[in-house]
Ligand binder design. Sequence first.
Ligand code: NCD
Ligand code: ZN
Length: 345
Amino acid sequence: MPSTLTIRRPDDWHVHLRDGPMLAACAVHTARQFARAIIMPNLVPPVTKVAEAVAYRDRIRAAVPADLKFEPLMTCYLTDGADPAELTRGKEEGVWVAAKLYPAHATTNSAHGVTSMDRVAKGLEAMEKAGMPLLVHGEVTDPDVDLFDREAVFLDKVLFPLLKRHPGLKIVLEHITTREGVAFVEAHPDRMGGTITPHHLSYNRNAIFKGGIRPHFYCLPIAKREEHRLALRRAATSGNPAFFLGTDTAPHSTDTKECACGCAGIFNAPVAMQVYAQVFAEEGKLDNLEAFASLNGPRFYGLPANEERITLRAATLEAPETVEVPGLSKTITVFRPDTPVDWSF
Ligand code: NCD
Ligand code: ZN
């Protein structure tokens, strides 16, 4: 096992940075590790207009310390009746990099999400023409479908028809949690990508209930059985260019997770590359970490890979248990797997 690993500086293709005091507390942690990040638009209210995205991008840049080089890549939150002209214009002006599909009520801040694919068809046609990828939260919201089946059902019921209806659309299945999700991306290599989080690679659904209910292991899509985690580990470490890094770091203050109806979302930004390196080392695939973290994403999005390099060290992870949110007098709990992490950044 090497004692250091130097790779091109990675990018994070799925990040929640929030706004206001939370943004001020969190941005530095993503910018320390990653050169660029796809910024999720699920603010309250959501980012649906080009001008809102430009203003949010400015707030993100202002929240990143001046000595860190970091580029926020903005996304449009699709709502019913999404305006094709706004999508096209934002792409032409270099603001939108992609648009995000949240099925209405699927996850945190998705109340304004899409209720039926018919209602975004015109927007998706515009994106097809503009070469703008669609990023998908792949879960159905039907309460009759078991929580643990919602991703697999989404693939059959929603995503497969969507691919047929919009043959030119490039799609990323975000934060894949199932072997069905892996197989679906593998079956459409010419037009699909899939992001995989560090936490879904580290634990299965048992961890959420080990010794009691553990809110800091709760996110959506929820972690599944061990067989699914193993499929994700195989996909991420395989070198297949369709799979790339997306942490889904999703900060909520500790008090809003440790309560009777705790929020979904895991804050992993301070430990992301360390946990990914641990997984690749355990799989004997450290040679493929650079492809997953630094090459496959830019290739999918048609962007150059970063020229800078980072070095990871084989040393026990050092990370704070919590991050302070000045201005809110709150903390955010940092993700830490139950298993050892022997990589440092
Ligand atoms: C995300 C959030 O908190 O914004 N939560 C989560 O559990 N992943 C939303 C999302 O990506 O689903
Ligand atoms: Zn997310």
